[in-house]
Design a protein around this ligand. Sequence first.
Ligand code: AMP
Length: 614
Amino acid sequence: MSERKENIVKIILSAFLLGAALLFTKIIFNDLPYYINLIFFLPSYLIVGFDVLKEAGEHIIKGKFLDEDFLMGIATLGAIIMGDFPEATFVMLFFLIGETFEETAEKKSESALDALLEIRPDTATVEIGGELVSKAAKDIEIGEIITVRAGERIPLDGIIFEGETRVDTSAVTGESAPKTLKFGEKVYSGSVNLSSVIKIKVTSSFEKSTANRILELVKNATENKAPTERFITKFAKIYTPIVVGLAVLIAIIPSLIFGDAKSHIYSALTFLVISCPCALVISVPLSFFGAIGNASKKGILIKGSQSIETMSALKTVVFDKTGTLTEGTFTVTAIHPEVVNADELLKIAAAVEGYSNHPIAQSIVSYFAGENDLCVQEVSEISGKGMRAYANGKIVLVGNEKLIESYGIEYKKCHHTGSIVHIAFDKTYLGHIVISDKIKEGTSEGIKALGGMGVNAVMLTGDNEASAENIANELTIADFRHSLLPQDKVTELEKILDESTGKVAFVGDGINDAPVLARADVGIAMGALGADSAIEAADIVIMDDKLNKLPELIKISKKALLIAKENIIFSIAVKIAVLLLSAFGVSGIMWLAAFSDAGVLVIAVLNAIRTMKI
Ligand code: AMP
């Protein structure tokens, strides 16, 4: 049985036994002696409280007392000593209900993540007896030949043994342009085979392959990350010593002055019981539960409630470029015609590029998208340069400057970044088309909104300075760092972590981002396109890849924290009021305390529920 289910059973059982005990001791038989009452109530208390008492005991042995378990423990044991049994069980019961709420929210977003990760298995395809069989990647030995089909991720490092293909290495190197790789050239695991089937001779074991080495980096990064304390633990660290200190003073000082230690110890115990933050232990986790649930409805999965607190104190967001700020795929971003109009230029280019499966060609063809009535013949691909074809017996050239120069045609230089495709017809230059990585929808708004919230943006990329600068300028990101390998990204992030005055988030999507995601105060992965390892290393996943979700997430987190703090202040204020009343000698204080606890609990819970709709 999972811990959560176990908790639910405990809660139901304890509540039932508590009800039965109340029925017997308060309604059927009144005024039973202390020990009989204890026998009735103890089971309901221990079912929900035993683990807390055990934890508190273990923490004391480790010298880490004065945490929330200790507070619960002494307050409830105090209540039991004073014969206030229902109060003791209530506190433990609410504490467990709160914890279960929080765990439920976290579990839900984790299972949504599992579904996302299952899509990509860790296997390799090998040929055995003429048939392709799938084998666990870790069982493949060096020297074995594996087959990787188009669209598949390369599972192990190796060299191309047969075939030629285009490979998207962006996940590993961060370089956004796909590379054409031929026989004898090196391929890295984690890259995606884009165009055709290849056979790879494996040169590194699964453990030594790039993808796995990056995962190892992730592990190290996770270990280096400062653990985030639970909100309630942080609160207990301040609250518990104050309460315990005051209780000790209440017991000792008057006893020394006036004697009658027994009655003063009794007052100290009353004080402890009253100060137990019953409403807090349920309303704080409930605020986080609401926020996690609310975010998941908006397509943001949060793996742990600690991330909410980190997000609420965010000062810097570091972005990976390719695939995060930009689409990571190439598309036509500008058309600069010379003699013909733009539509005509695009039509000619698309007619020729229809014969090529180069990513540049494909982006032109899909951008054109209409019926093409232009008929081209004798089309040939000139490796590393572009395409040559004939239309009405005249030469059509579509390719880079090398191609146009080789035909002695004058062309216009273009100042845009990206791949420039020049087009010439019958020795006349017709213009050029710019193909580049496009900024993702929602990115500009997202970054602007972050700026408005006082959060700085930094961009890290494996790309060269020119393309990095281009995107950074367009998005008005002043701080960008380029030409970085995966390990450089970790170093840069560590520098940023040192410099930042607040919490630092990293947003990325590729395998190469995983170590940085794990190292940041909070790692945010892009879900739809992201690599498994990135999603695994992250604390938060944005399912639909839209960066304008980020300001919303900060808003939800800030609100959740505010509500949690409101509840803390409100319930402590009521406690202080009750304590003051007791100091001024108002009688029936235990009853009043219990009543105010229930009232505060209801109000705090209603307040916490507000986090579900922000
Ligand atoms: P490759 O090494 O195949 O990626 O090609 C190197 C360069 O040749 C590309 O960056 C383009 O400038 C040019 N090129 C190759 N194929 C084409 C094509 N089908 N259309 C336009 N340009 C091409």
